[in-house]
Write a protein that binds this ligand. Structure first.
Ligand code: SF4
Length: 186
């Protein structure tokens, strides 16, 4: 993301307080990708702060995974006004940044339908893709990917938390050294 600083490649630059930079281990084999920064993220410049971040941290803690051992980012690095969904044009403008971030991962976890759609390059029904292992091409490399709910969705539905817990367990297998999709039992 050599071009991120002072980026004005899309209109989201106009209202941001901060470009929200990725967090965690830059060399982690596992990357979590959310949709977009919210108010707290815009204020701090860090992804997954506030209530969603607390949910994600709690889920990670349940599996003894520290936030510092994974890589956390968003499809767009600047907050859409009013927390609206980023447009396809905004996501396309930021996609080169995202690809650069993800090119050396072993597993990409898309948190929410919008992030999954951006990474898969097609419309999806999240329920049909939930925690299913697939492979995507990032800058010529085949990388495993799963789609799951955004942590914010668990505020209103306890079943979402169960699905997210399963997601974290899958991610843990990659963190613990499973090398290829053929060795992963999910
Ligand atoms: S969202 Fe991405 S492409 Fe748009 S201004 Fe921010 S960093 Fe640049």
């Amino acid at each position: 993301m050599t071009t991120l600083r002072n980026c004005v490649a899309c209109g989201l630059c106009e209202n941001r307080q901060n470009i929200v930079c990725p967090d965690g281990d830059v060399n982690s084999p596992v990357a979590f990708v959310g949709e977009a920064p919210g108010k707290r993220e815009d204020e701090t410049g860090l992804p997954f702060q506030g209530r969603s971040g607390k949910v994600l941290d709690a889920l990670l803690n349940e599996e003894n995974i520290s936030r510092s051992s994974i890589y956390i980012t968003n499809t767009v690095k600047c907050r859409p006004p009013g927390n609206r969904e980023p447009t396809k044009e905004e996501m396309a403008a930021c996609l080169p940044n995202l690809k650069e971030e993800l090119q050396n991962r072993r597993l990409i976890v898309a948190l929410g339908r919008t992030a999954a759609r951006d990474l898969l390059g097609r419309e999806i029904k999240l329920a049909d893709e939930l925690n299913k292992l697939t492979t995507i091409n990032i800058l010529g490399k085949e990388i495993d990917m799963i789609a799951t709910y955004h942590p914010a969705a668990s505020f209103y539905n306890s079943k979402v938390k169960d699905a997210l817990s399963e997601t974290i367990r899958i991610a843990k297998k990659y963190l613990e050294g499973y090398k290829t999709a053929s060795t992963i039992k999910i």
